[in-house]
Design a protein around this ligand. Structure first.
Ligand code: GDP
Ligand code: ZN
Length: 458
């Protein structure tokens, strides 16, 4: 049953001062009213109004919690159903008590993602927007949050819809040709197919390029801190971990399971590789042996090479720099509070100036330069623009690739003058694959699979 009334705590449980219980469904208003006392009756109230009052135990009329209740009547709510949100200010115990009271009135506990699923099924949002809500919940950095927000607003959907429109036009054009197959029309049609397929493929490519950055924003840049003993690697790690604690969202129904060290540096999430190892041993190159450290370095997407500016460069550091010159590396000249003994020209022969950051971890100087260098290396200013359509979802990426392949097939067939109704099949396939991204033509099971990824209460 779609419209039975459901409820869940939709804010993080725990320390937070306020907890919100969201109730949605046909009977949301009368069922909440059974346990809610305030000046105005909820069922008489206007939509989008907030009401101060008390949650009471209906049998004894005993006050359980002081609350603010927000009313959003269908269809002007997130699920497009009647929604009542109860904001409690008590701790976890009283919130649970309020939820229990609501459940005793016949409201059902929502499944993970059920609110968003209803929003989708009721036509409030499309699939890319629904999936972006998952990303919003999981966003590990400000930037990732913005990207997800844009997607919620429908940026990607808009572009996909446009591409599908181009393909529909093309299919219509080709259809006409199938019905009236004159020779010169056919030649024109071949040219038309080529131009339209090329256009759409280019657009798909552009979206796929953003996928790599999208992945970084979601999953963090795999980062290794390397350098000789005593140069300041642990100090750097601590500095990053303390000052830039990753945003860890703590959501009911899930465990707080961030084991990897995630740090957020200037809005960019870094996933520090083998963090525990680095913490204990301070030197992965020495401790885990040359071979293993090589693979660790190979896996890293970003390397922070720490050097001590108070010492001359050592032979093994020169060897390391030579190896790293090929990789995305930022060289950190630490301990600039002490006298300079390191020959910076030697470093400059391997790395450009903008990849070298001078700082003092002990005096807390120059960390902002490091942040800028990290941002520059990955985005080169591209992300600063307002055009934040990043494809960051594996399902979207795979469908975009499939659509691209279909169009590629269409183009190849087109060049070989394959009968046009055969080419039409490939174009149609691309159109359907793009449709799957926004949820036109997706099967029931896929929908369930996507929505159960949500945390409770969303
Ligand atoms: P690791 O072995 O590379 O992890 O280096 P550590 O972070 O353990 O630091 C080694 C020593 O250098 C410690 O005594 C730190 O206090 C010191 N140190 C770290 N950063 C600085 C700095 O910027 N200036 C100075 N003078 N000492 C530093
Ligand atoms: Zn979660």
């Amino acid at each position: 049953m779609l419209n039975d009334t459901i409820a869940a705590i939709s804010t993080p449980l725990g320390e937070g001062g306020i907890a919100v219980i969201r109730v949605s469904g046909d009977e949301a208003v009368p069922l909440v009213e059974r346990v809610f006392r305030s000046k105005t009756k909820l069922s008489d109230a206007e939509t989008h109004t907030v009401h101060y009052g008390f949650i009471i135990e209906p049998a004894s009329a005993e006050k359980v919690e002081e609350v603010l209740v927000t009313l959003m009547k269908s269809p002007r709510s997130f699920t497009m159903e009647d929604v009542v949100e109860v904001s409690c200010h008590g701790g976890i115990v009283s919130v649970k008590k309020v939820l229990d009271l609501l459940l005793q009135q016949g409201i059902r506990l929502a499944e993970p993602g059920e609110f968003t699923k209803r929003a989708f099924l009721n036509g409030r949002i499309d699939l890319t927007q629904a999936e972006a809500v998952i990303d919003l919940i999981r966003a590990k950095s400000d930037r990732a949050f913005k990207v997800a927000l844009k997607q919620v607003e429908g940026n990607l959907s808009k572009q996909i819809k446009h591409l599908r429109y181009v393909l529909v036009e093309l299919m219509a054009h080709v259809e006409v040709n199938i019905d009236y197959p004159e020779h010169d029309v056919e030649e024109m049609t071949n040219a038309f197919i080529k131009s339209k397929c090329d256009t759409v493929m280019l657009e798909i490519d552009r979206l796929l390029v953003t996928a790599e950055q999208g992945k970084i924003l979601r999953e963090g840049i795999e980062t290794a801190i390397v350098g000789r003993p005593n140069v300041g690697k642990s100090s750097l790690l601590n500095e990053l971990a303390q000052e830039n604690r990753a945003i860890v969202t703590d959501i009911p129904g899930t465990t707080r399971d961030v084991i990897e060290e995630f740090v957020n540096v200037g809005g960019i999430p870094l996933k520090l590789l083998d963090t525990a190892g680095i913490r204990e041993t301070t030197d992965i190159v020495e401790q885990i042996g040359v071979e293993r450290s090589k693979t660790a370095l190979a896996e890293a997407e970003l390397i922070l090479l720490v050097l001590n500016s108070n010492e001359e460069l050592q032979l093994d550091e020169l060897v390391l720099m030579k190896q790293l010159a090929e990789k995305q590396t930022i060289v950190i000249l630490n301990k600039i509070d002490l006298s300079r003994k390191l020959d910076i020209d030697q470093v400059l022969s391997y790395f450009p100036q903008e990849r070298i950051v001078e700082l003092s971890l002990i005096e807390n100087k120059g960390i902002d330069h490091l942040e800028k260098a990290i941002a520059a290396i990955f985005f080169e200013g591209k992300l600063e623009s307002s055009d934040l359509t990043y494809v960051s979802n594996v399902r979207h990426i795979s469908l975009l690739k499939q659509a691209k392949r279909s169009l590629h097939d269409a183009l190849e067939a087109n060049e070989q003058y394959v009968p046009i109704d055969m080419i039409q099949i490939d174009i149609r396939a691309a159109w359907e694959q793009l449709g799957e991204i926004i949820g036109d033509s997706v099967g029931e099971s896929l929908i369930d699979q996507i929505f159960t990824q949500f945390c409770l209460g969303k």
